[in-house]
Each structure stands twice: as C-alpha cells, then as structure tokens.
Design a protein around this ligand. Structure first.
Ligand SMILES: [Zn+2]
Length: 622
C-alpha cells in the first residue's frame, strides 16, 4: 500500500459502491520492488497513449524501483495488464476512444485488469490540417516535441524524442493516467522542475478496485505563464520541455475555444500596406476605421456600425468555418470565431456610432474599470455579425469578451450563437469595492445566460503585474479560499472554462488548476497536504507563513497594488518581523536535502523578494 493514508481513505469512499457489489479485489502492480504488471498499448498509439504509458512507467519506477514492461496486445504475459489507451485489448472489452465524449476518461480497476483510457485525438493528416489557435499558439505549435528521458531526469537513458498531445487536442488517456497516479499512487506535481514533483516511496504498490468515468469539471483550462518573480523561483530550475510536460500533468487546455481582441490585422488588410506583412493587404477601406482617431496605429478602433464592415467580419468568420483559415492575427479555435474590439475606449466619432453610444453614458460607474457605457455599442456589433453567421453556420459561435466599458450585459438580448466571456478580476477578491462590481456584472451575465456558452477571462495579475510594470516589488497576495469558492461557483453556474490571466505563485496556481479539473477538491485538505508533503519537517512554519500573508491582505482589505499599499499598509515592520521569524524557523527545521532546497525556493522566491521590496520602499522614503 502506498504512503499517505489520508488520501487512501478518500479513495475507498469513492469506490465504496463497487466494494459493496462483492467480488472486489485489490490489484498489485509491484511486489517487493519487482514488476507484477505489464503496461499494454496499441502498436500505433495515439500521442496521448504514448505519453501516458511513459508517464505511468516513469512514476512507478521512481516510486518502487520496478520498471514495468511496455507491451502490445497479444504479448504473452502472465502479469496484470494495465491497458493504456484504446487497443485491441480494450476493444475486446467494448471500450473504444470514439465512444467517449470529448475529454471523458475512464479509470477501471477490476477483475485483475486496469484500464486507463479516454477520448484521444487521432493523428491523421486531416486532423493535422485543422487551423486554429489558443490565445498565442496554433494548434500545431502546441504539439511540442520533447526528449522525454531528459525531461524526467533520466540522464543516462538514451534520448527519447516524442510529440506531446497538443494542449487543445483530446487526451483522455493522459487524464485517466494522471488522475490514476494522483489518486492511487499519491504522486503530486507542484511545478515543472524535478524538485517540484512529489513521488512517495513504496516497495509494493497495490491499488483498490475502482470505476471512475468522468469529464473535467471545467472544460477549458488555459493558464499560461510562470515567468513572474515569485513563481519563477518556486518552480525552481527547469527547461521548456519540463514545463511542456507539467502542462499535460496539470491537464492544461481542453475544449477548443479562444477569445481576445481580434482586429489587430485590419490595419494591414484595409488601411495601410505593411511592408513587413504585404501578403495581408486586400483593398483600401479607410471608412472601416474609427473616425477621429487617425493616429492610433494598430489600436485604432473600427466604425462598428458600418454595414460594410459588418459584412467583412461575417465573411471572415464564414471563411474560417469553411476551413479557409484566418487572416493575420485573427483569433479562432474550434467552433469559435473571436469578435472583440481592440483594447481601448476610443470609439468612432461618426454620427451613427455616437448615436448608439450616447445613451450608454448613463451606465458609467465612477472610478471603476468595468462598466456598461459601451455595452450596447459593442454587443450591437457582435450581434449583427452573429445574426448573419448563424444563417450559414448555425452550429458555430461568435466568441466575445465582456470587458472594460462593455463589462455589463447590453439592454437587449444577445444572439443565441454568441459565446460570452466576462472578464473578472478575481485577484481583487479581498479588496473592498473593486470585486463587488466584478461579481455584480458576472452575476448579471449568469442570470441572463441560460443555454448560452459562457467562458471566463479570469484575472490573477494584480498586485504582481503592477509591480513588474512599475519596476518595484509588491507584498504578495495568496487566496486559496477565494479560488476554491469561485472556481466551484463557475462550475455551478455552467461556465465552460477560463483563461487565467497571470499566475503569480505556485500553490494558488496548483489549487486553481486542480479545482478546475475536479470541483470536489477540498482546498484546506489540498493546502494542508501540500505543506506536509512538500516541506516535510518545515511544514508547520511554512504553512503559517503562507496563511499569515493571506490574513494580512484580508485584514487590511487591500491589495499591494502600489508601493504605499504594499509596504505602508500591508508589509509593516512588525508583520515583516513576524514573517521573517517563521521563515527562519522553517530554514532551521528543514531536515533532508530536498526539504532544504524546497524551503530555499520560497525563501528566495517569496521572502527575499518581499524584503527587497520593503528595503527599496524605505530607501525611497528617505
Ligand atoms: Zn462610426
């Protein structure tokens, strides 16, 4: 049996119904350090099954010392079979990848057999031709090639170059395998580096019977980043391949959807021929562009009431849905074509646009980012495009954001084929004022969105992004309670997924992604477990350090978004002494080399970053 009894109790509860049925027997994969099971994959596995088989083999080896052999169906073996991905062997059981819904997966531990499989993207020429992108990368570009043995630290093993499943490709077999490794083998991935991975030691690995068939709670889980000051240190030394692998382990990606400002290339297509991108030029249509803002460059808005412009955007969407690709930096993915103005409120000053905008002035909210002053204007444009596109492509969607001066719903109904993503600043949840407004417009969207595809742009960028842009260092904010509460609420509200904008720190990011994958995740249990399993003997002061930072933000009800807020309000001398004492105690208590290294990542990443921030603040004060 594996270490970590707390986890084991939960597993038994999950499978209790099955045990009650009788004939349930635990299955042994490794006995006294010797392999007792064989991994079985198809002769030509999907990219997901190939990765899943390697990941299973690697983690069991690191855990027990036993290298489970990988065979193809039909091989002569007396050992327990672990069927990874669809193969002849699963088809004999009536289990086919195509019978699963997108992202659905199965963990079956039953009758001396383990099945780990789900819906997988198939590597066919037609599938490789599909056009689309997440916020940044094309579908093809996310099928990263990595040297697997180097990425997992098996430096003496021969190079093993594999193509990872693209983050928006179905990879149910990977989900099954990662969920199996977490639930039944107690493996944890707290970051991309080898130091971040927690694998228990056990000479014998036995797993109880189970039947888990499910989809992730939120279907789109997109959260790029990791380069900001604190998390960069916490994630320790790692390379790009290890980050790529970590993304799969976190089950980053999912449903094909993307949405962001989408008209950056209109200038190159219809206003000025760009010598760096002459292929984008189509014809001169200066009347497409916002009147009165002639010097705006690529940010220049469009004249969004112009019938010819609307017709052009409709044509762009139809071309995409007809497989003709996208133009320039137009964003589109799967069944979604993004229609969102550029990032400013410099709207067209023509009479027709101004007539639509004028009544919106009454919807302003003073000193607040998210209002409804341009909601009717922007969503009127989105609606006009959606109405036309639905005539030719009734099962496709126009993806848009509810953002800035169009955060609130319009005064009219949105077309049924508009998928909307409110932009909610969850990072302000402890700050009085700001978040109430975001929660308010979010609630209005949900109340009006029955049957609608709703996604979320979730900000987690402040205070860190402010500090980075301003060249100073902030008092950080940790908020596991808020993350848990809101991700669960998104699920209850039928939100399909999120783009997480800004990932400032290790544990909150981990909690967010784990809760999005499975909303049954209990945040206090997850946080407790993290500190015990990650820091060992130093767990108690490290946890106190984390919770104290969280409490300080809550006590003050502000976020450290300015040097004064960070070091005048939050990180006072007394509090810094208190936090410093906790960190000193953690350093003193850390016992093993790994514990010491992990404490060091937080000491330099969080604590010394804070010390420098306060010191620089005091120096400027003098
Ligand atoms: Zn106009």
């Amino acid at each position: 049996m594996v270490r970590g009894t707390g986890m084991f109790v939960k597993i038994v509860m999950v499978t209790a119904w099955f045990l009650a049925a009788g004939e349930a027997h635990a299955i042994t994969l490794v006995q006294d350090g010797k392999p007792a099971a064989t991994i079985v994959v198809a002769a030509s596995p999907t990219p997901a099954a190939l990765l899943a088989a390697k990941e299973l083999q690697y983690h069991v080896k690191e855990m027990t010392g036993a290298m489970l052999p990988v065979e193809h169906p039909g091989a002569d073996t007396a050992a327990v079979a672990i069927l990874v991905g669809e193969s002849e062997a699963t088809r004999k059981l009536g289990l086919r990848s195509e019978d699963f819904q997108s992202q659905e997966y199965l963990i079956r531990i039953q009758d001396g057999l383990i099945v780990l499989m789900g819906r997988d993207w198939q590597d066919t020429p037609a599938n490789r031709l599909e056009v689309g992108s997440d916020m940044v990368h094309s579908l093809a570009d996310t099928r990263d090639k990595v040297n697997y043995t180097a990425a997992v630290g098996w430096e003496n093993a021969p190079a093993d170059i594999i193509e990872l499943p693209g983050i928006l490709d179905d990879q149910g077999t990977c989900y099954a395998t990662y969920d199996f490794l977490e639930r039944f083998c107690d493996v944890r991935w707290y970051g991309p580096s080898l130091l971040n991975v927690v694998i228990p030691s056990a000479r014998t690995l036995t797993v109880p019977p189970a039947e888990i068939r499910r989809r992730p709670s939120l279907l789109h889980r997109n959260a790029p980043g990791g380069g900001w000051p604190i998390i960069r240190k916490q994630w320790a030394r790692h390379d790009g391949a290890q980050k790529d692998l970590f993304d799969r382990r976190m089950r980053f990606g999912g449903e094909r959807w993307a949405c962001n400002h989408s008209f950056a290339s209109y200038r190159d297509r219809f206003l000025v021929k760009n010598p760096d991108a002459p292929q984008l030029w189509e014809r001169s249509r200066p009347d497409f562009f916002a009147v009165g803002w002639e010097n705006e460059g690529f940010w220049r808005q469009l004249c969004m009431t112009h019938p010819d412009l609307i017709e052009q955007v409709v044509q762009d969407a139809r071309d995409y849905f007809d497989g003709k690709g996208v133009k320039g930096r137009q964003l589109a993915c799967g069944d979604y074509f993004s229609v969102v103005p550029e990032d400013s409120d410099h709207w067209c000053k023509c009479q027709r646009c101004q007539a639509v905008l004028a009544p919106g002035k009454s919807r302003d909210i003073k000193h607040t980012f998210g209002t409804g002053t341009a909601s009717d204007y922007v969503f009127g444009f989105v609606n006009a495009v959606a109405r036309e596109v639905r005539k030719s492509h009734p099962d496709k969607y126009i993806a848009t954001l509810a953002y800035h001066v169009y955060s609130y719903p319009p005064t009219f109904e949105l077309e049924s084929n508009v998928a909307v993503a409110p932009c909610v600043q969850l990072c302000y949840a402890y700050q009085k004022g700001v978040f109430e407004n975001d929660a308010n417009f979010y609630g209005q969207w949900i109340a009006r969105s029955e049957g609608r595809k709703v996604y979320l742009w979730n900000y987690f960028h402040h205070p860190m992004e402010r500090a980075i842009l301003g060249g100073w260092k902030c008092f950080p904010c940790f908020m596991p309670d808020v993350i848990s509460q809101w991700v669960k609420r998104y699920h209850e509200d039928g939100v399909r997924g999120f783009f997480l904008c800004g990932i400032p720190q290790q544990l909150d990011y981990y909690l967010y992604m784990q809760t999005a994958f499975n909303v049954d995740t209990d945040w206090t249990a997850l946080v407790d477990e993290f500190f015990v399993r990650y820091f060992g003997a130093a767990a108690e002061p490290m946890k106190a350090f984390y919770y104290r930072i969280m409490q300080i933000n809550r006590e003050e009800g502000v976020l450290g978004t300015s040097p004064d807020a960070s070091w005048g309000r939050l990180g006072t001398e007394q509090r810094m002494n208190e936090l410093g004492a906790l960190m000193d105690r953690a350093v003193a208590l850390a016992r093993t080399d790994v514990e010491k290294q992990r404490v060091a990542t937080w000491k330099s990443g969080v604590w010394e970053y804070m010390l420098e921030g306060r010191t620089e603040y005091l120096q400027k004060q003098q």
